[in-house]
Design a protein around this ligand. Structure first.
Ligand SMILES: [Zn+2]
Ligand SMILES: [Zn+2]
Length: 103
């Protein structure tokens, strides 16, 4: 029987938060608008970048969803002898190897 452990990705909450691009509500995704500006001689069109998104046209907003690693359960089955343990060994070994190569 495999052991159940806390999901390493979400820490047991079963929830994931990531930044997702949304069209900016301030400019509707266009990044700004053209304005007629009187320069003392004639009107000229000047592009005014939207202040809310800085002219990007989109804003990053935190989005919630179920964790993809544990499917929102908050736990996963522990797999014996896999990555977590191997990684702990591989890092020092890699450093030693690097030190040896660089001499
Ligand atoms: Zn998870
Ligand atoms: Zn905007």
């Amino acid at each position: 029987m495999a052991e159940q452990v806390t999901c390493p990705q979400c820490g047991g909450t079963g929830e994931q938060v990531w930044q997702e691009a949304h069209p900016c509500p301030g400019c509707g995704g266009s990044g700004g608008w053209w304005e007629s500006v009187w320069d003392g001689d004639d009107y000229r069109e000047e592009f005014v970048p939207c202040g809310a998104c800085g002219g990007q046209g989109s804003t990053l907003e935190p989005t919630h969803g179920p964790c993809t690693y544990c499917n929102g359960q908050g736990w996963v089955y522990a797999r014996p002898g896999t990555p977590a343990q191997m990684g702990c060994l591989a890092l020092p070994l890699g450093l030693v190897l690097l030190w040896w190569v660089l001499g």
